[in-house]
Design a protein around this ligand. Structure first.
Ligand code: BTN
Length: 235
């Protein structure tokens, strides 16, 4: 494993995306990011004390392409599993891959594909107290427990647990993993607003299904929504 550490960088995802010779296991860690990126082009507040890192997973040609649709879910699940080991709190998994604690976001995940590699970027609010404009919607572990944590150790555990969980996934353990995800499904039973490319609908979220889609009860219909094609806001 090659580790690249930065006191300050624009974005660890961007660093690995632009690196010509990336290999599986490459890990980039930053203390601060000046252009931390979230999904859908959002900014990710990246102040000191947060765990800000990205690592590389090589696309395995033996795994069918559509299986990789489940990757964001698997990363979220794995992160929740690691956090539970650090502090056994009541984290929730918000489809597709955010983690929540006390109704606030504790972590965000950005997966990007470049050539044959997935760049998995994780922002995890650990020791940071200065959440700036995200304060009303975000929480850090330290805010919750008043403890401080060894960031490099946290990051190493997250990455190691992910590669192990990915092996389990490859061995066909998706059903067991999905069952665990659905036990902590943050959206379940909540009214959500779904914005697709062409329309906006409102419904009650149900389970996350075998193919990684979210079921939503809209009137007397059950619809399935795909990762990536929708924007959800809780009403
Ligand atoms: C989101 O919830 O929108 C995803 C946020 C992902 C943030 C992380 S921080 C490390 C890595 N580098 C980035 O620029 N983004 C990801």
């Amino acid at each position: 494993m090659r580790i690249y550490k930065f006191d300050e960088i624009d974005s660890t995802n961007k660093f690995l995306r632009e690196k010509e010779d990336v290999i599986e296991g490459d890990l980039a860690i930053a203390k601060v990011q000046t252009l931390g990126r979230g999904r859908r082009g959002n900014k990710w507040v990246s102040t000191e004390g947060a765990a800000l890192f990205s690592f590389v997973l090589k696309h395995d040609i033996e795994i069918p392409e559509e299986e990789y649709m489940k990757l964001p879910l698997l990363i979220g699940y794995s992160l929740l599993y690691t956090l539970k080991k650090i502090e056994n709190l009541d984290y929730k998994f918000k489809w597709t891959n955010d983690l929540y604690l006390d109704e606030k976001k504790i972590s965000g995940i950005l997966v990007e594909k470049i050539r044959d590699n997935y760049i998995i970027g994780i922002g995890l609010n650990i020791n940071n107290l200065n959440l700036e404009e995200a304060k009303s919607i975000a929480i850090s572990l330290r805010e919750k427990t008043s403890k401080t944590y060894d960031l490099e150790k946290v990051i190493a555990t997250v990455v190691e647990d992910f590669y192990n969980n990915f092996q389990e996934f490859k061995k066909g353990k998706w059903k067991e993993i999905l069952e665990k995800i659905n036990k902590v499904n943050y959206l379940y039973g909540k009214r959500i607003n779904i914005v697709t490319f062409d329309k906006e609908e409102s419904g009650i979220a149900g389970d996350i299904l075998e193919d990684g889609m979210l079921e939503v009860f809209i009137g007397d219909e059950i619809k399935k929504y795909n990762i990536g094609s929708i924007h959800i806001s809780k009403k």
